[in-house]
Design a protein around this ligand. Structure first.
Ligand code: HGY
Ligand code: MN
Ligand code: MN
Length: 409
């Protein structure tokens, strides 16, 4: 079967338009269920309907474009929500590829391809929530109870899901049983492909993650009259924790293990008040579940020791955990064949250090991912970018993989 006749010019035109929705400088801000997130989903839904796809929005705000009829189909997609301030391609590249492949396949009379934009992959409410609920890995009730940094719950926010559906669209669940497999195109978000001067990465496995939200709780007091030995200073405790954590992890980690303390809040956060409380997010990622569990335990033990030594209390809340996941070998091989057909010798098999909706979808469907290079390896940053020819190549490689393996004309 020849490659799906996907049109890279349409893909780039869609991406260029989507970049204007929630634009902040060269980046984009479209956090889940924000007005800009909804505007982007509405625009995508309109394009899906225009292409003859049946539009469905599920209770989480996951947006599907389905080929007419009930026969099984392939699912291609990713997410269109972003980090609080992210790049123009993270997630949306995979959704736009899915839209173009579903549109071109429908025009060509096959194969049957559906497109999806999952909700809250970027974790305004915790992380990969839309695909976690859709794949049955998290109950809707549990997702509804998750909250954002301002205390807004997913349950309250997702009431806006009905604003995504254009006239004639359906509101309701979409069963994973409708699909035969899932493919996600994504920017690499790292330096490997650019360093190796390659155009494509065929993902074989995705790392897992463990998360803590820790609060050191001491005592707010006067910054001028409180003698240093009498203070229960939460920031001093946090500072010691940050430094000591690297030493605690040293015997556990490898050179590929990563950990990030990305969000710190201080209370009351005033120059003339000894900090009463200091909270920190601890996120650990690795390819081995056992190593992640060892890191999770070590991170908690150290926090308890630091707090106790300084006479502070410790509050610890575990965040959403994901185990490392292997992609489907047969589907990986199909993507590899598509990569070889379109970019002979300019691709490699590789792991993903970033999390993706495929982490959840792989629990219910054979899943695989294809990466395109990130310039400078930059992502989750307004400077995120990919060469336009590489964006084209990624689309054509999946078109070749899902159609046949001959390069698109
Ligand atoms: O954090 C991640 O890996 C993804 O980009 N949300
Ligand atoms: Mn992403
Ligand atoms: Mn991301």
């Amino acid at each position: 079967m020849p490659a799906i006749p996907a049109n890279p010019d349409r893909l780039l035109a869609d991406l260029d338009h989507l970049r204007t929705i929630g634009a902040v400088g060269s980046g984009v801000s479209r956090m889940a269920f924000s007005d800009d997130d909804i505007a982007a989903r509405v625009w995508l839904a309109e394009r899906m309907a225009e292409a003859g796809l049946e539009v469905t929005v599920d209770p989480c705000g996951n947006l599907f474009g389905l080929p007419p009829g009930d026969a099984p189909c392939l699912l291609v997609g990713s997410h269109s929500d972003t980090q609080p301030l992210g790049g123009w391609l993270d997630g949306i590249y995979g959704v736009a590829c899915g839209l173009e492949l579903a549109r071109a396949a429908l025009e060509a009379g096959g194969p049957r391809i559906a497109v999806v934009s999952f909700q809250d992959e970027e974790g305004r409410f915790g992380g990969l929530g839309g695909s976690a609920v859709w794949a049955g890995r998290m109950s809707l009730a549990a997702a509804d109870a998750t909250t954002d940094a301002d205390g807004v719950s997913f349950g309250a926010a997702r009431v806006a899901a009905e604003r995504i559906a254009p006239p004639g669209a359906r509101l309701g669940a979409v069963s994973p049983a409708r699909f035969s497999a899932y493919v996600e195109a994504h920017i690499e978000q790292g330096p490997a492909l650019e360093a190796a001067r390659l155009a494509l990465g065929v993902v074989e496995a995705i790392v897992g993650v463990r998360r803590w939200s820790l609060t050191f709780r001491g005592e707010a007091n006067h910054a001028g009259t409180t003698p240093m030995p009498l203070r229960r200073d939460a920031v001093q405790a946090l500072g010691q924790y940050v430094v000591d954590l690297n030493a605690a992890f040293a015997p556990i980690v490898t050179e590929r293990t990563v950990w990030t303390l990305g969000r710190i809040t201080v209370d009351p956060n005033a120059p003339s008040i000894v900090p009463g409380a200091a909270s920190v997010s601890v996120q650990m990622r690795d390819a081995e579940a056992a190593r992640l569990d060892a890191m999770k335990a070590a991170a908690l033990t150290l926090a308890q020791e630091v707090a106790a030594a300084r006479g502070l209390e410790l509050e610890a809340e575990e965040g959403i955990a994901l185990d490392p996941v292997a992609m489907d070998p047969a589907l990986v091989d199909r993507l590899a064949a598509g990569a070889e057909a379109v970019a002979p010798g300019r691709w490699q098999r590789m792991p993903s250090g970033a999390l993706h909706d495929a982490c959840n979808v792989a629990a219910v469907l054979p899943s695989a991912m294809l990466f395109v290079p990130s310039i400078g390896g930059i992502s989750h940053n307004p400077a995120e970018d990919t060469a336009r020819d590489d964006l084209r190549t990624g689309l054509l490689a999946i078109a070749a993989a899902l159609g046949g393996n001959e390069p698109a004309s």
